[in-house]
Design a binder for this molecule. Structure first.
Ligand SMILES: NC(=O)c1ccc[n+]([C@@H]2O[C@H](COP(=O)([O-])OP(=O)(O)OC[C@H]3O[C@@H](n4cnc5c(N)ncnc54)[C@H](OP(=O)(O)O)[C@@H]3O)[C@@H](O)[C@H]2O)c1
Length: 295
């Protein structure tokens, strides 16, 4: 299949490129700083739609591009987080609608940030969105992607949880702290943390591309969500390090400002759509997943 990927240089995009190429797919990759190689194109989501030649003839589009979330949120950063997703996705969908031959499917990233902070509630794809900044961004992002349906394109919005990857993302940032013996339950350790092994996320994206009956939101999280305290304990055990030092909420707020809310919120997310459609997670439980990635 010929597939266009936006955000192709990111943590998820780089992994997907390898995964899809190994399965024999032909890729077109978009980035603000494209590699000087055939098949790479420049696109800044803040500056209109992608170049037409990056989309023409593609049978599928995977849309990942967006300003990184894990940074201190100044007003300008928040503006870029929102508009790189909402306006960027709207510009992409407009460009797809203008093609004489459109792709059959758009698999667009979203995030479990959609649900906001939800204590012990079990969150399937049917749950209502939260009302914080990231929830609003996710709602606008998905709404913009869903408009591609009007052009006859199947749309899947993948609500991604915390991706477990040893060299990046949230886990990559925690590793040096836990290895130094300074990790521990955050803000009391009771918040639910919904995670996904990077390999299962790659498989979920491929499954969403290839399964013509799947559309709408899909939670990309393992069935085995855990509370923060258990996550830190399991990580400590995997690394043979103590992980008992409590990290208070105020320390995280001092360090990350408003973005600390992303770490402190509680989200018990259930992958209902994927499981009911028969998707089998290779890494449904945390301890074996961490052992596989870090052991
Ligand atoms: N990783 C996670 O745990 C996680 C969880 C939930 C949701 N997600 C979402 O999934 C998507 C991919 O995640 P990731 O972890 O791979 O993100 P990432 O590592 O931060 O990469 C972001 C990608 O977006 C591109 N990008 C950023 N701003 C852009 C702009 N203005 N125009 C065009 N491209 C832009 C970057 O490419 P260049 O810098 O090369 O242009 C990069 O390829 C993101 O939208 C993210 O919010 C990720």
């Amino acid at each position: 299949m010929r597939i266009t990927i936006t955000g192709a240089t990111g943590l998820i995009g780089a992994g997907l490129r390898r995964h899809l190429m190994a399965s024999g797919h032909e890729l077109r990759c978009l980035s603000r700083k494209p590699l000087a190689q055939t098949g790479w194109f420049a696109w800044d989501t803040l500056a209109g739609g992608p170049p037409r030649e990056s989309l023409e003839g593609s049978e599928a589009v995977i849309h990942l591009a967006g300003e990184p979330i894990a940074q201190r949120w100044s007003l300008e950063v928040k503006r870029r987080i929102r508009s790189s997703r909402a306006e960027g996705t709207a510009a992409l969908v407009k460009s797809l609608a203008a093609l004489p031959r459109r792709p059959s499917v758009l698999v667009s990233a979203s995030a479990i940030g959609y649900y906001g902070d939800r204590a012990d509630e079990s969150l399937t794809e049917q749950a209502l969105p939260g009302s914080d900044f990231l929830s609003e961004v996710c709602v606008e992002w998905e709404r913009a992607a869903e408009l591609a349906r009007e052009s006859g394109i199947r749309v899947v919005c993948v609500r991604i949880g915390m991706v477990l990857h040893p060299r990046g993302g949230a886990l990559g940032q925690m590793l040096p702290i836990v290895r130094a013996g300074l990790g521990g339950p955050m803000a009391g350790g009771q918040a639910w943390l919904s995670w996904v092994h990077r390999e299962d996320l790659m498989r979920l994206f491929t499954w969403a591309l290839e399964t013509s009956t799947v559309q709408g939101p899909v939670n990309a999280v393992a069935p085995g969500a855990v509370r923060n305290g258990e996550f830190m304990r399991t990580l400590g055990t995997t690394l043979h390090r103590p992980a008992f030092l409590p990290v208070p909420a105020f320390a995280l707020r001092l360090l990350y400002g408003e973005m600390a809310g992303v770490i402190l919120r509680s989200q018990h997310v259930i992958p209902e759509v994927a499981e009911q459609a028969g998707f089998q997670f290779s890494w449904p439980q945390l301890a074996p997943a961490l052992q596989n990635l870090l052991g």
